[in-house]
Design a protein around this ligand. Structure first.
Ligand code: SAH
Ligand code: SF4
Length: 358
C-alpha cells in the first residue's frame, strides 16, 4: 500500500488511465477534503476498488493537541510506523486597507510543519536534537500535516495559508522530499499554496542552500543564524564547523529570490549568551548588502537546557538598534508559550505514545 499524498499529479496520471483521473482525485483529496475513495462519486466503483487496494489517504493520526490562549494549536501526529512528529497552526489577523480607507480584517493562517522525525544537527538549545535522528518524512507525510490541519479546522479552501518548514528536523537534510512537498502543495488542482507562501528554514547547510537555489522553486528562505561569531555559533550549532558563517552568507547571496522579498534571518535570543548590543552591531555588519529581515525568537526554556529566556528589555534594545540601522526586525510573539511552544516539546511531554503501537 502506498500513500497517495506522496504522488505528484503527473506521477499519479502516469499510473492511471485515463489520465484525467489524476486531476479528479487531486480535487477530491485537496479541494473537497475526501477522506476515502468511496466519496469520489464521479469515479466508477471498480476503479475506486482498485485505488483502495493500492493506496491510502491518511498517513497520520492525531494523538494529542494543545490549544494556547493566543489561539495557536499544536498537534502531535503519529505516522504509520508509530513515530511521532509535531505541527503547529498559528492563526493571525491580517489587516487590509481598502481604497476608501476602511480596514478589513481577514484571518490568515500559518502552518508550521516537520520535515524529519528527529534531527541530525544537534543544536544545543533544541529539544528535537536530543532524541537524535530517526528518519526523513516522505513528501506525502509533509503534505498530510497541512491537509489534516486545514480540514480539521474547517479552514476554507480559498483562505490564505502560509507554510513554514520550521517544525522538527532540518528540511535541507531532506531536500528531495521537501522540494517535492513544495511542488505538490503548489499544484493548482491541489492545495494551490504558491511557493512564495512557503518558507524553508535551515540551520545553514550551505551546499544544500545552493542546491535548493538551483531548483529555483520560488520558495522563501529563512536562515537560523543565532550567533554572529563562528566561535559562539559552533558552540550552539555544530553544523557551523562544516559551514561557517561566511559560507552560509555566500550561499544566501547566491540564492535566487523574488525582488520584492527578503531572506529571513532567525535569531534565537538567549539570556547573556547572544543578547548584547555588541551582537546587534555585528549582526548589522553581517547583513550589509543583503535584502534581509530579522526575526528575533525568544528562547523557550525546556527541562535540562542550560539557557534562559532573555529579558524583554534586552530584546527591545536589540530590536531598536537593528531598526535604527535600517534592518527590518520583528519579535516572534511568544505564541503558545503556555502550551509546549517550541517544536519538540509536545513530543517530549508525550513520551511513551510512540511505544504504544510502534
Ligand atoms: N532545522 C531548521 C528548522 C526547524 S527548527 C532550523 O534549525 O532552522 C525551527 C526554529 O525553531 C529554529 O530557528 C530554531 O532555532 C527554533 N528553536 C529551536 N529550539 C528552540 C527553543 N527552545 N526556543 C525557541 N525556538 C527554538
Ligand atoms: Fe535540528 Fe533545527 Fe533543532 Fe537545530 S534547531 S537541532 S537544525 S531542528
Amino acid at each position: 500500500m502506498r500513500n497517495l499524498l506522496d504522488l505528484s499529479q503527473d506521477e499519479l496520471a502516469n499510473l492511471l488511465s485515463p489520465k484525467f483521473r489524476a486531476k479528479q482525485i487531486y480535487e477530491w483529496v485537496y479541494k473537497k477534503n475526501a477522506r476515502s475513495f468511496d466519496e469520489m462519486t464521479n469515479i466508477s466503483k471498480d476503479v475506486r476498488e482498485n485505488l483502495k487496494s493500492e493506496f491510502y489517504l491518511d498517513p497520520l493520526t492525531c494523538v494529542r493537541s494543545e490549544t494556547s490562549k493566543d489561539g495557536s494549536i499544536k498537534y502531535l501526529f503519529k505516522l504509520t510506523d508509530g513515530k511521532t512528529i509535531e505541527s503547529v497552526l498559528l492563526p493571525m489577523k491580517e489587516e487590509i486597507s481598502s481604497e476608501d480607507g476602511s480596514v478589513e480584517r481577514h484571518a490568515r493562517y500559518t502552518i508550521c510543519v516537520s520535515s524529519q522525525v528527529g534531527c541530525k544537527m544537534g543544536c544545543s538549545f533544541c529539544l528535537t536534537a536530543k532524541g537524535g535522528f530517526v528518519r526523513n518524512l516522505s513528501a506525502g507525510e509533509i503534505v498530510a500535516q497541512i491537509l489534516w490541519i486545514k480540514r480539521e479546522n474547517n479552514i476554507p479552501y480559498e483562505r490564505r495559508v502560509n507554510v513554514v518548514y520550521m517544525g522538527m528536523g532540518e528540511p535541507l537534510d531532506n531536500l528531495a522530499n521537501v522540494s517535492k512537498a513544495v511542488s505538490i502543495l503548489k499544484d493548482n488542482d491541489g492545495l494551490a499554496i504558491g511557493a512564495r507562501r512557503q518558507t524553508i528554514s535551515t540551520s545553514g547547510l550551505a551546499s544544500q542552500i545552493k542546491k535548493l537555489g538551483e531548483l529555483d522553486l520560488g520558495v522563501l528562505l529563512a536562515i537560523s543564524l543565532h550567533a554572529v561569531t563562528d566561535e559562539l555559533r559552533a558552540k550552539l550549532m555544530p553544523i557551523n564547523k562544516a559551514y561557517n558563517i561566511a559560507a552560509v552568507m555566500d550561499a544566501v547571496r547566491a540564492f535566487p529570490i523574488d525582488m520584492r522579498k527578503r531572506v529571513m534571518f532567525e535569531y534565537l535570543i538567549m539570556d547573556k549568551v547572544n543578547d548584547n548590543l555588541s551582537d546587534a552591531k555585528a549582526l548589522v555588519k553581517l547583513l550589509h548588502g543583503i535584502k534581509a529581515k530579522v526575526n528575533l525568537i525568544l528562547f523557550n526554556p525546556h527541562e535540562g537546557s542550560p539557557y534562559q529566556r532573555p529579558s524583554i528589555e534586552n530584546v527591545e534594545n536589540f530590536r531598536t538598534y537593528l531598526q535604527s540601522r535600517g534592518v527590518t526586525c520583528t519579535i516572534r510573539q511568544s505564541k503558545g508559550l503556555d502550551i509546549s511552544a517550541a517544536c519538540g516539546q509536545l513530543k517530549e511531554r508525550s513520551k511513551g505514545i510512540e511505544n504504544d503501537n510502534a
